[in-house]
Design a protein around this ligand. Structure first.
Ligand SMILES: *Cc1c(COP(=O)(O)O)cnc(C)c1O
Length: 458
């Protein structure tokens, strides 16, 4: 008999969870204006809002925290992290930042001007926010297969080279400061980008003289998918794959709250010294001195250790298989999901699940609220609410997909938790025809409204 996969770690510290009744949840979600971000964590039983900063650190990471060097300048913890970034990613220059979006802020402050274009695969929401805040344009060149949730494609994060070349050809070079590849592509469902695609995008950009940057939050999961889905890489180590991936990039922003398995932190790495000088100026202005960048020394040490653990094949396998397992259970219940499942999350196709709720009434948000009411499980809407309004027309934007994302924190939940979540959605699927009321917006912010939006039942 083939042995089933099992987590390559055991639990040393536990945090109690409190279950709640449906009546309690009805009251809490209504008090929260049907925005799951407004719930208190005690009101949530299983929290799949995000895998960002919610992962469990290892005992080695906690030991590194104790060894953290809190010197303002030249901290030993900084040099520990520097060594890992230099060796594992092959990036010579970097500054720490307090999280991923801070790295984006530094990068775009240094490189982006009003009216510029930033082509890439589907940009993450904070990335898009930073681009649009500067009156520049994020151009989504993801392959069309990514928006067909039922279609199997091993690399739905790939960039369509024709779409990309059209942008590069039809716009002056100085309007395109960089091309951004998000690995894995969070917005299209935690979907990986193949090494072949990374290589091709990089050489196309080179031809036009455009630097390539990674939004590298989940680079290790991307490397795992390359190893397991791209034949030429089957026999290669994750470390080798990571190094090759980064060899095609001129730099990277990183949210360490993802694949570096820490609760806070990020960094911005690059190769070009001139660019690094500009980045350094903004780092000191916005984040802090170059050897701490808005973090404590102990955080830098934990990131260094977490980057190594995050690239272990056994860990990555158990992580991706846990996500895959949730997807398989949901499919068995008939729940429509984005296939194949991504690295960090399962995305439920709310448009297919609740087609009788009009898109104007926020299908995926309706499903998210329903899931919370059913079992105290918190997911997140990746649909029209998240898509914000068009910056020019102020009309609601309707993305191609209306998804409920169930993001799995790293090393946190057990198989029983996963089965509980699947059963909740299975129940909702059974009674899907009776769910007929969506939501309307009562109050919203001009940008990134989903965090603070207030809703009412239609
Ligand atoms: C989380 C994330 C970011 C932003 O990082 P924060 O640490 O949350 O600021 C950027 N890009 C991607 C792909 C992410 O997943």
């Amino acid at each position: 008999m083939e042995l089933p996969f099992a987590e390559p770690y055991k639990i040393k510290v536990v945090e109690p969870l409190r279950r709640s009744t449906r009546e309690e949840r009805e009251a809490w979600i209504s008090e929260s204006s049907y925005n799951l971000f407004k719930l208190r964590s005690e009101q949530v039983f299983i929290d799949l809002l995000t895998d960002s900063g919610t992962s469990a650190m290892s005992h080695n990471q906690w030991s590194e925290m104790m060894l953290g060097d809190e010197s303002y300048a030249g901290s030993a913890s900084f040099f520990k992290l520097k060594e890992v970034i230099n060796k594992m990613l092959g990036m010579p220059l970097f500054v720490p930042t307090h999280q991923g979006r801070a790295a984006e802020n530094l990068l775009f402050s240094a490189m982006l001007r009003k009216g510029d274009l930033v082509p890439g695969n589907a940009h993450f929401d904070t990335t898009k926010g930073h681009i649009e805040f500067r009156n520049a344009i994020a151009v989504d060149c993801t392959i069309d297969e990514a928006s067909d949730t039922g279609l199997y494609h091993p690399f739905k994060g790939n960039i369509d080279l024709e779409k990309l070349e059209k942008v590069l050809r039809e716009n002056p070079r100085e309007k395109i400061p960089l091309c951004l590849i998000t690995i894995t592509c969070n917005t299209s469902g935690g979907q990986p980008v193949s090494m072949k695609n990374i290589k091709e995008v990089s050489s196309l950009c080179k031809k036009y003289g455009i630097p390539v940057f990674f939004d590298a939050a989940r680079f290790a999961e991307n490397a795992y998918f390359i190893k397991t889905r791209e034949e030429e890489y089957a026999a290669r180590d994750i470390d080798e794959i990571v190094l090759e991936m980064f060899s095609y990039a001129d730099g990277a922003t990183m949210s360490s709250k993802k694949d570096a398995i820490v609760n806070i932190g990020g960094f911005l790495a690059c190769r070009d010294e001139k660019l690094f000088e500009r980045i350094s100026m903004y780092c000191i202005l916005y984040e802090g001195y170059l050897t701490y960048g808005g973090l404590a020394g102990r955080d830098l040490a934990a990131i260094a250790q977490g980057l190594k653990e995050g690239c272990s094949f056994d860990y990555l396998e158990s992580r991706v298989k846990q996500v895959e397992y949730l997807g398989r259970l949901l499919k068995n219940y008939g729940v429509p999901i984005q296939e194949p499942t991504g690295g960090h999350a399962v995305f439920v196709d709310a448009n297919k699940m609740l087609p009788h709720i009009p898109r104007e009434e926020f299908q995926a948000q309706s499903l998210a609220v329903e899931l919370y009411l059913e079992g105290g499980v918190r997911g997140v809407e990746i649909g029209a609410l998240l898509a914000d309004r068009d910056p020019k027309t102020r009309e609601n934007r309707y993305p191609r997909l209306e998804l409920l994302r169930l993001a799995i924190p790293r090393r946190v939940y057990t198989v029983n938790h996963i089965e509980y979540v699947a059963a909740c959605l299975g129940n909702i699927y059974e009674r899907r025809d009776s769910i007929r009321r969506g939501f309307k917006i009562v109050r919203e912010a001009p940008i990134m409204r989903h965090f603070t939006v207030e809703l009412e039942r239609c």
